[in-house]
Structures are given as structure tokens and as C-alpha cells.
Design a protein around this ligand. Structure first.
Ligand code: RM4
Ligand code: MN
Ligand code: MN
Length: 403
């Protein structure tokens, strides 16, 4: 693999040192950055109008893992993959785990699926029907077991639960039903397992969703116990919501458990992270940089690549996350603090802009090389021949999708 142009890197380091940045420390933190990629991001996906299948798409969880391991070997920071059950259901989870180990990978968050069965028309853990709630809770318990078998310590929950019409059901009763079901699942988790609760303000329910925002999720976590934390999906807020403020607040409460990174323009678009609003991503990392050393946060991507090549889309998402993190690490904190204290509004603001405007590509490329990965991952992926090979190997059979 080609090495980064030393000149670009040296020039950048020189200017960073002149700005007082501890470059070694920034590189060290960049080397320890981790991003989990989702199994479903490698399969076919689409909108309710059309799914456009792509050649070479994996047919089973093993092939999704193989694709995820490509992303890891080229970026150096994505050693784990999140799974969705039953999309990734296999007869023998031990075998899946062995294969994962053989790739030098790990299985990360286990995501139960409580939205694709007939019974869930009125919700899963919030359904007015006790039998349906039982079925949903049993699936949560099954996922706790699956997590144990695949060596994961995260149960990551998102519910499609909600109502479509005013008056349809009681907000409060539904909340109590959810708490009952989740308490049972929480109690079944081994001591080292964590539960992440993901909120979303609409869709597929249109009038209200049972975990609609950070406050709804946070109060539920507080009732469940200290191993339940909030998960922030960047696509799950109304237009204009200040996500970095939510991040700061949850960090301050010690209850930010994880992220689902993606990009969005209008709704829950699941586009490549950083493609639409890279400044927001940077501002989120500005908040994280200070707090993350003392808190465990699981950084995950939750995307659907409908028209773009999936592995390349994942790689681009990861490098965008590296760059956002790198820029946040360059913020001159002492100057920022001083400007804030003295009420120098624009000095404080420009301080962030300076970090944001820095071209950190050479730094990130160097970090990836130091990790044994690639300076230019998408180009290296394109010339590796992997896609051509798997397209040939995966010609027969049914490609994986949302079922
Ligand atoms: C939801 C949410 C969940 C994801 C599903 C497929 O909108 O983001 O995290 O698992 O979509
Ligand atoms: Mn999500
Ligand atoms: Mn979503």
C-alpha cells in the first residue's frame, strides 16, 4: 500500500505544533477510535417504492461479516459488526462466532427485531395485547441469549411502537407496559451486559412513538437501572434540533451509551454520515472529546445504502468519522475556555471554525497506516479486486435484505 505523502503530513504537523496541538496525543486517540458497522448496511435495502439489488451483495451473515472485515482491514478501526435478529439468525451461533474470530473480528450490538411480524400491528412491548407483549419480551430474552453465544455485551433496542391516531391508546399505559417488558429483559442480562435504548420521533408510527426523544429514553433508562443507556441516532430528530446539545446533556448525566451515525436531509434517511451536515458531526465530536475518556460509548453506524456501493459507502462513512474526530481533537481548548470566560463570542466561535477548517486527511491517512490499514481506503478497495471476486462467487442464491 502506498504511504501518505510525507510532505503533506509534515506540513500539517508543523502547523499544528505551531498552534500548540499535542499531535502525538491526537494520533494516539485517533488510533484508539472504534466504529462498529451494521450487518444490514451490507445487504440490499431501499425505500417503500423500490429496492435496487446490487451485484455481489452478501447472501448470509457470514458473507456480511466478510464484507465488514474488508472495511476493518482498510480503515483499521472497525473490528466489530452489529447484528439484527432474525435478519442474522443462524442455526449455530457458535459457528458464527468462530468465523468472526477467524476474521479477527467481533460481534457487537445485538439488535432485536420487533417490527416485522403480524402481531405487532399495535406495537410490541407497548401493545395492548398481553400475549403480544409476551412474544416481544420472549424475543428480547432470546436476544440476550444470542448475545451470550456470540460474545456480545450489548443489547441495542429500537421499537417501532407508537400510535397513528389521537385517542388510539393511552400514552401512560403504554409507557408502563414497556417498562414491565424491559425490566424483565434487563433482569435477564448478565452483569456485564448493557442495554441501549434508541429513540425516534416518528415512523413507522405517525402520531406518537413510545420512545420519541432523549428525555423519554433517559427516564426509561433511569427506571431500568444503571446498565441502561440512551442511544442517539442522528436521523431521529425533528428538523433543526440541536443534537450536539442533546449529546452534551446525556454525557453530563452519564447516560449516553451509544450512537447510530448516519446522515440525513429530511427524515430518517440513513445516508452516509457526514454527507449532508459535516459541521454537525464535528460539533458532536467536540462534545465527545472531553467526556469520552471517562465513559464507555459505543460508536455504531446505522445506514442503508440504497443506490451507492455498500462497502465503499461504509468506508467513506468511517473516514468521515475519523476526520470529524480528528478536527475535534484539534480544538484549542485553553483558548476556547478563555474566550468563553471573557465573553468573547466570536473568538470562541472562530476557535471552532479554525479546527473545522483544518484539512486533516494527511493525519488520518497516517494513523490508518500506523494501524496497518490503508492511507487511501476506497482506492485500495477498488484496486483490490474484492468486489469482482465476490460478485462472481455470490451469483447464485438469494441476497440478504430486510427479511
Ligand atoms: C430504525 C432504527 C433502528 C434500525 C431500524 C432498521 O429507524 O434506526 O436502529 O435498526 O431502523
Ligand atoms: Mn438506528
Ligand atoms: Mn433509523
Amino acid at each position: 500500500m502506498e504511504r501518505t505523502s510525507t510532505r503533506a503530513y509534515d506540513t500539517l504537523v508543523e502547523s499544528l505544533v505551531a498552534r500548540g496541538v499535542d499531535v502525538d496525543r491526537a494520533e494516539e486517540r485517533l488510533r484508539s477510535q472504534r466504529v462498529e458497522t451494521p450487518s444490514w448496511g451490507y445487504g440490499n435495502s431501499g425505500t417503500r417504492f423500490k429496492v435496487f439489488p446490487q451485484p455481489g451483495v452478501p447472501r448470509d451473515p457470514f458473507e456480511k461479516l466478510a464484507d465488514a472485515s474488508q472495511v476493518h482491514s482498510l480503515t483499521g478501526i472497525c473490528p466489530s459488526i452489529a447484528v439484527h435478529i432474525p435478519w442474522d439468525k443462524v442455526d449455530d451461533y457458535g459457528e458464527l462466532r468462530e468465523y468472526t474470530d477467524s476474521l479477527g473480528m467481533k460481534i457487537g450490538a445485538v439488535n432485536p427485531n420487533l417490527f416485522q411480524e403480524e402481531e405487532y400491528r399495535l406495537g410490541s412491548v407497548c401493545s395492548p395485547d398481553e400475549g403480544v407483549r409476551r412474544k416481544a419480551t420472549d424475543h428480547l430474552l432470546e436476544c440476550v441469549e444470542v448475545a451470550g453465544e456470540v460474545g456480545s455485551d450489548i443489547l441495542s433496542l429500537w421499537f417501532a411502537d407508537g400510535t397513528n391516531y389521537p385517542g388510539q391508546d393511552s400514552f401512560v399505559e403504554r409507557r408502563h407496559r414497556m417498562l414491565d417488558c424491559l425490566s424483565e429483559a434487563y433482569a435477564a442480562m448478565p452483569q456485564d451486559m448493557r442495554m441501549l435504548l434508541e429513540y425516534k420521533f416518528y415512523e413507522p408510527a405517525f402520531y406518537h412513538t413510545d420512545l420519541s426523544d432523549w428525555g423519554t429514553a433517559l427516564t426509561m433508562c433511569q427506571k431500568l437501572g444503571e446498565r441502561a443507556d440512551v442511544l442517539v441516532d442522528l436521523g431521529h430528530h425533528a428538523q433543526g434540533v440541536n443534537v450536539e446539545h442533546i449529546v452534551a446533556l446525556l454525557l453530563d448525566e452519564g447516560r449516553l451509551g451509544g450512537f447510530h451515525f448516519n446522515g440525513r436531509k429530511y427524515g430518517d434517511d440513513d445516508l452516509i454520515v457526514g454527507s449532508i451536515n459535516p459541521f454537525e458531526l464535528f460539533l458532536i465530536y467536540v462534545e465527545l472529546v472531553e467526556a469520552e475518556e471517562s465513559t464507555r460509548i459505543d460508536y455504531m453506524i446505522d445506514q442503508a445504502h440504497n443506490i451507492e456501493p455498500k462497502i465503499e459507502a461504509m468506508i467513506l462513512s468511517v473516514t468521515n468519522l475519523q476526520e470529524a474526530y480528528a478536527k475535534a481533537l484539534l480544538v484549542d481548548r485553553p483558548t476556547l475556555d478563555e474566550a468563553r470566560r471573557s465573553g468573547d463570542v466570536l473568538r470562541a466561535h472562530r476557535n471552532l471554525l479554525d479546527a473545522y477548517a483544518t484539512d486533516v486527511w494527511p493525519l488520518c491517512a497516517r494513523v490508518r497506516e500506523d494501524l496497518g490499514a490503508s492511507a487511501d481506503p476506497i482506492s485500495d478497495f477498488r484496486s483490490s479486486g474484492y468486489m469482482e471476486r465476490v460478485t462472481e462467487e455470490r451469483k447464485e442464491g438469494t441476497q440478504a435484505g430486510w427479511s
